[in-house]
Design a protein around this ligand. Structure first.
Ligand code: NAI
Ligand SMILES: N[C@@H](CC=O)C(=O)O
Ligand code: NA
Length: 830
């Protein structure tokens, strides 16, 4: 025997009822023995309680509502039944509505609605839906019979939440089912009290009816048909990738629903739990989906946690004081006093110092709780042994739930690192020794961010998102967007990584789209954007959105933007940038950013500051952390200058070669930054700092090769004009070098704490002699690489390699956020 219970939405319209009939027929086709429990048609129970209130207030308007109820049912009758059967059903409907109106009329006369009468009124919902269903099922060749549960379920007279007399009830049910050949369609929610009074079973009442029937009949399964696919991992309105769980234990189901998952109401399912009858939550509107089974067998699905629940609003109260340490009875007094005032406590924590107790309650009880506590501990408070209770509003609780986390180390580590790496502070933490639930109190403003971050961290099969906010979409930024777009399918399929570009800005416009910008047409989107570019508001918006796993990418060479990095890092948003200006200003600022990133558990990454995509900075930090000591750095650190001096060999004039470098995307936005040595000076300064030297920009000795007129030109175009006038100067430098069989190299050196940058003519024996293209070369002489230095060489500028360097740092943040994920292949999802 299977019990199929259909909720209000499942029987809410003629169309849904047809769907229900199909579901029932499919069971019968399989030869299943079934009994059906139904709720009132969706919304009807609420209408009945409204009608009762209006009648009590002696308002005739209750008649509008009874008419509305009549129409709802009459419409369905007309839509579902053949003309011959309609008249009988409509006549019955009329009679029942008359009976209801008489009762309400009585209420309106005495202007009093007792709980007893309210139960009677509410019973009409199921008493109207069930005959309608049975009539339609019969027409559909289902041998159905309407059953009023008041002949099966017996309770006391606690109206509104009547207690079941199981011995009477079980007997009535087994007797009834012994001699039955049709499919009973049973009214949910209602029962018979003492003296045949009509009672109701309280919240989740129809589920309760199904559980009572299932338990009495020792059913094989109880199916609760509703309008969702089952119990979801978490609230799908907040986490878009939440999914339906195939299996939950009773305990897990209880924990999930305690913390917000409203699909089931465990107390009403207790009879089924007690008898270990499996429950299945199924979707009437998606019957092919298997739904969620709730059962007693511990299933090892490999999932460490089953779900993530939350309570949106709680108040946190802390009771602190020296008078609590080692004194028994304080917590007992506290919680008894709260209980006496019916204040339910949602979560409790106390550290072993016993110096304070902290607990969470419903905000509606905050005032009351404060009063109760002050009264209970008046004596201690007057004497300063216990402080005034500290009340904190605006908090939420999130809880991870799963029986498999019992005895599994690392779960809380994962939880807290997902929160910590997103800058989410935890105000209180509780884990019962049953280890089925870890609950964390956080600020309500971080609820969505927390649920998303934690959900992604635990559910391996869920794609991991990175949310990108990008300023600067010139050569590097534009190329980066192309690379992200080209690689997105691979990252999603092979690495379950979803890169959402949430916001873009150039100097004119900016766009922000929480759903992610379609990278196929980001250019048009930006052109057509209505918002003018504004750095501060870009950053404010990004911080206010408070999305998990956010990364700010700066692809400009703008100084103003770098002054916002600190604020961004402090908001626990990582920064990735090829812009060298943040790291080549005052040493103090450089240090501050390092500290800020560390303090807030986020990343500040800038490998492309030196050698573009070449692994220069990371190699250096590897050397340093493994205990090596850097003695000397020597390098050609400018792709532009490398290109220029490699190509300034034939007939082309110097200014022409510079223009070629600019057109190839090697130069700084203003090529003078390359030619005047500033770009290289910044790079050697950054390397000096990375090697541990507290160097200031003015400490770098730079030999400028540009004539004054070029330096002072008012624009880039004018600069090229001036440069053309000075071609002879460079021609003569070249001739001198060539005569001595040397090549010109712009070399940066760091040695003995001193940094210099100058144009040098090197001979054939010099390792930098044979560079080509835009190659950079960096030689590290260290304690370990002493006789022969460690050399890194390759293209050190250009769109593709630089953008790729930025891209790989973005990806590296995903590895940091989701430790270990990168090695899990998609066919291995948990
Ligand atoms: N091109 C290369 O090979 C390499 C470049 N870099 C660095 O990458 C950064 C970008 O260089 P490129 O893309 O080559 O230069 P670019 O001039 O093509 O792009 C920079 C973009 O930033 C935009 N921008 C400037 N201020 C802005 C603001 N306040 N808001 C929004 N956008 C703004 C500009 O309009 C421009 O479109 C620079 O910091 C450069 O030093 C680093 C390594 C190699
Ligand atoms: N303009 C720079 C670009 C890389 O930092 C260079 O030429 O090296
Ligand atoms: Na690099």
């Amino acid at each position: 025997m299977k019990i199929l219970k259909f909720g209000g939405t499942s029987v809410g319209s003629a169309e849904s009822i047809r769907q229900v009939a199909k579901i029932i027929a499919s069971y019968l086709d399989q030869g299943d023995e079934i009994a059906v429990v139904s709720s009132a048609m969706g919304g009807v129970t609420n209408l009945l309680s409204q009608a009762s209130e209006l009648a009590e207030a002696n308002e005739d308007k209750y008649l509008n509502i009874t008419r509305q109820i009549e129409t709802i049912h009459a419409d369905s009758i007309r839509q579902l039944l053949d003309t011959q059967s309609q008249s009988k059903s409509l006549a019955n409907l009329k009679m029942t509505i008359n009976e209801l109106e008489e009762i309400l009329h009585g209420v309106s006369l005495i202007k009093e609605l007792s709980v007893r009468t309210l139960d009677l009124v509410l019973s009409f919902g199921e008493r109207l839906s069930v005959p309608l269903l049975a009539a339609y099922f019969q027409q559909e060749k289902i041998n159905a019979i309407p059953v009023d549960s008041r002949q099966l379920i017996f309770t006391n007279n606690d109206f509104g939440k009547a207690r079941v007399d199981y011995s009477l009830t079980d007997k009535a049910i087994t007797d009834y089912f012994q001699n039955i050949s049709s499919i009973p369609i049973v009214t949910g929610f209602i029962a018979s009290g003492e003296n045949n009074e009509t009672t109701t079973l309280g919240r989740g009442g129809s589920d309760f009816t199904a559980a009572i029937l299932g338990a009495a009949l020792n059913a094989e399964e109880i199916e609760l048909w509703t309008d969702v696919d089952g119990v979801m991992t978490t609230d799908p309105r907040i986490v878009k990738n939440a999914f339906s769980l195939p299996y939950l234990s009773y305990i897990e189901a209880m924990e999930m629903s305690h913390f917000g998952a409203r699909v089931i109401h465990p107390p009403s399912l207790q009879p089924a739990f007690n008898q270990k009858i499996p429950l299945r939550i199924r979707n009437t509107f998606n019957p092919a989906f298997p739904g969620t089974v709730i059962g007693s067998k511990p299933k090892t699905s490999g999932r460490l946690i089953k779900g993530l629940s939350s309570i949106k609003q709680v108040t946190l109260i802390s009771l602190t004081g020296s008078g609590m340490v080692g004194i028994p009875g304080v917590s007992s007094r506290l919680f008894s006093a709260l209980a006496a005032k019916d204040i339910s406590v949602i979560l409790i924590t106390q550290a072993s110092s016993e110096h304070s107790i902290c607990f969470a309650i419903d905000p509606a009880n905050a005032k009351g709780a404060k009063k109760v506590i002050k009264k209970e501990f008046e004596f201690e408070m007057e004497r300063g042994r216990i402080d005034e209770p500290l009340i904190e509003q605006g908090k939420s609780i999130i809880a991870i739930i799963g029986e498999n986390m019992r005895n599994t180390p690392g779960i809380s580590g994962k939880l807290f690192s997902a929160l910590g790496r997103n800058g989410i502070n935890t105000s209180a933490i509780a884990q019962g020794s049953s280890e089925v639930n870890i609950s964390v109190v956080i600020d309500e403003k971080n609820l969505s961010k927390s649920l998303n971050a934690v959900h992604q961290a635990f559910f391996i099969s869920e794609s991991k998102t990175l949310n990108i906010f990008m300023v600067g979409v010139g050569l590097i930024g534009g190329t980066l967007l192309e690379q992200i777009q080209a690689q997105s399918a691979y990252l999603l399929n092979e690495r379950l990584l979803e890169i959402n570009v949430i916001a873009l800005s150039n100097t004119k416009k900016m766009i922000v789209d929480e759903a992610g910008i379609d990278l196929k047409d980001w250019k048009e989107a930006l052109e057509n954007a209505t918002n003018s570019a504004n750095l501060n508001s870009f950053v404010d918006k990004m911080i206010a959105m408070n999305l998990p796993n956010s990364i700010f990418v700066d692809n400009t060479s703008n100084l103003e933007i770098t002054s916002l990095y600190q604020q961004i890092l402090a908001a626990s948003i990582s920064v990735v940038t090829p812009n060298k200006l943040a790291n080549s200003g005052k040493y103090r600022d450089y240090q501050l950013l390092q500290k800020e990133a560390f303090l807030h558990g986020v990343k500040f990454l800038y490998e492309t500051n030196v050698g573009a995509g070449l692994p220069v900075i990371n190699t250096m930090s590897d050397l340093k952390f493994s205990g090596d000591q850097i003695l000397k750095i020597e390098g050609v650190l400018s792709g532009t200058l490398s290109y220029i001096f490699n190509n300034f060999t034939g007939d082309a004039a110097f200014s022409e070669v510079v223009m070629e470098a600019k057109n190839s995307g090697f130069t700084e936005p203003d090529p003078r930054d390359d030619l005047n040595g500033m770009d290289v000076a910044r790079k050697i300064l950054i390397l000096a700092r990375e090697s541990g030297i507290e160097m200031e920009p003015e400490d770098v000795v730079v030999e400028n090769i540009l004539p004054k007129a070029c330096l002072e030109a008012a624009s880039i175009d004018l600069f090229f004009e001036e440069l053309t006038k000075n071609n002879d100067h460079f021609e003569s430098l070249k001739t001198q070098a060539e005569q001595s069989k040397k090549k010109l190299r712009f070399i940066a050196t760091l040695e003995d704490g001193k940094a210099t940058v100058k144009l040098t003519a090197v001979d054939q024996d010099h390792p930098f002699f044979s560079l080509s293209g835009s190659d950079n070369i960096i030689a590290f002489t260290t304690r370990r690489y002493y006789d022969r230095p460690l050399v890194i060489k390759g293209p050190g500028a250009g769109a593709e390699v630089t953008a790729a360097g930025v891209f790989s740092e973005i990806i590296s943040i995903s590895n940091y956020l989701y430790q270990g994920i990168k090695n899990i292949l998609p066919n291995n999802h948990g």
